[in-house]
Write a protein that binds this ligand. Structure first.
Ligand code: TYD
Ligand code: MG
Length: 456
């Protein structure tokens, strides 16, 4: 009997779960009506079951591994290079995720143009825009290098043939959700297509050494396969985030096989494209109101860089039985914990108050070093007393009301002094360890009560 050439598989469009039998509810993620039929051709099945198509590799002693790898390829956009860990590694696959309209295509075009201007041949494949639209965008951002090749294509086989033929130094696929592999019958954007396309691009990148960027959209509904599914397949995952109502964009590494994941790059969206922001503190503090209750500045570390941000709080009396705690840009649980400490240790009656908190400029803070500033802002709004101009607060707060030490104190203080702050509340333990003389007055605080006394 002849072997069946194809096999039917049902794939969940939300999580990628596969089963040979159709089901109404995905047993893996619990979503209803998400299983779609996908026909896999014999070739794909063979590849999936026998491993890869790459030539057989041999194990080697670790001390015999040749380290003379090609140097990293700079994108010539400093903020971008730093997030990548010092430039692009040969053969790496980099996923750039982000909400639609945040500026991914603009960033890619500008980075490719910079690489092209430095004399490299680069290829930009767009599945979303025509070459005319790309040209219009390139005029807007003044990207007009003759080494920048553009093409509008969604057929993966055609793209791979193009890469083999034109041998670019860098490749961009915008976006992975629009790519289509003829081996699968499902529509572009389905989990199967996205996974298949990524796998083939990964093999291409590893075999040819061409660094490849994949642009991916994140959708909340999960109907279209989000790039989250791909995060384990690629070498580096970068998220381009920011509030579309703000001009600031933050490029953040959430996974990087070739560098640190703490680094961020800050950009500003202008009418002629993205501009690097080399001094983020100045930008994030630019609209800060002086002498207004509810605003405190703190210094956070983003990778190796200190950034000054303004925390804002609004405490208003409420009739609700359970007062609201609405928090943007900070951890909600952390704020709730700090409010509890304030009630117990400072005797502030916040139970009758709704509390709203925001980090100005659309930044997200995950560091506990902002604790003291969070408390300062809430207390300032609650008491309706502004804190003295030129004051900044740094420190982690424990459950017993103690102010705990934070790392990188010298760097944070230097940044604060650079931005014109004259007074800093800092953990007493940190101050004892400081060796050099500081350019601003450092006030040691051991408990939150001491800190509040100093602030008000
Ligand atoms: P885009 O790069 O198309 O976003 P994505 O690829 O992530 O969907 O950016 C689109 C937005 O950026 C759009 O709202 C217009 C704005 N924009 C500028 O403000 N200035 C510019 O120079 C460009 C090219 C776009
Ligand atoms: Mg785009």
């Amino acid at each position: 009997m002849a072997k069946k050439p194809t096999k039917l598989l049902y794939t969940c469009q939300t999580c990628g779960f596969q089963t040979p039998k159709w089901m109404g509810k995905c047993p893996d993620c619990g979503e209803w009506d998400t299983l779609l039929e996908e026909v896999r051709s014999a070739a794909v099945l063979r590849r999936a079951t026998t491993g890869s198509t790459v030539g057989a590799s041999q194990p080697v002693p670790i001390n015999a591994v040749d380290l003379a790898e090609a140097p990293r390829l700079a994108t010539h956009i400093n903020e971008f290079d730093r997030v990548l860990g010092g430039g692009l590694v040969q053969g790496s696959l980099v996923l750039i995720g982000g909400d639609p309209g945040i500026g991914k295509s603009t960033l890619m075009l500008q980075a490719l143009n910079a690489i092209a201007t430095a004399g490299r041949k680069v290829l930009y494949v767009s599945g979303e825009e025509s070459v005319k639209q790309l040209r219009l965008r390139s005029q807007r951002v003044a990207a007009s290098s003759g080494n920048l090749l553009v093409v509008s294509e969604i057929d993966l086989d055609a793209i791979l043939a193009m890469v083999t033929k034109s041998a670019p130094d860098v490749l961009v696929i915008d976006s992975i959700q629009t790519m289509f592999s003829a081996e699968l019958t499902s529509a572009p954007g389905s989990v199967g297509q996205v996974r298949e396309s990524t796998m083939r691009l990964m093999l291409m990148a590893k075999n040819s050494g061409v660094p490849t960027f994949l642009v991916g959209h994140v959708t909340k509904e999960g109907v279209i396969a989000g790039p989250r599914l791909l995060e384990h397949m690629v070498d580096t995952v970068l998220y381009f985030e920011g509030d579309r109502n703000h001009v600031f964009r933050i490029l953040r590494a959430v996974k990087n096989r070739f560098g640190s994941t703490n680094e961020i790059g800050v950009f500003e969206m202008k009418s002629q494209g993205l501009a690097e922001v080399t001094n983020p503190s100045a930008i994030f503090l630019s609209e800060r109101p002086e002498n207004v209750a509810g605003s405190v500045v703190t210094a956070c570390m983003e990778g190796t860089r200190p950034i000054l941000v303004e925390l804002q709080a609004l405490a208003t009396s409420t009739n609700l039985g359970t007062p609201r705690r609405t928090v943007l840009g900070l951890d909600q649980n952390r704020v709730a914990l700090l409010v509890a400490v304030m009630e117990k240790k400072l005797g502030l009656h916040l139970t009758g108050h709704d509390i709203f908190m925001n980090v100005a400029g659309g930044v997200k803070i995950i560091e506990p070093a902002a604790d003291l500033a969070v408390m300062g802002a809430i207390a300032s709004s609650f008491l309706d007393k502004p804190i003295a101009a030129g004051t900044i607060a740094i420190g982690e707060v424990g459950l017993t009301g103690e102010v705990r030490a934070v790392g990188n104190m010298e760097v944070r203080l230097a940044e604060a002094a650079k931005m014109g702050f004259t007074r800093c509340l800092a953990p007493a333990i940190n101050i004892q360890r400081l060796t050099e003389k500081q350019q601003l007055a450092v006030i040691p605080v051991g408990t939150v009560a001491e800190a509040m006394e100093q602030l008000y």
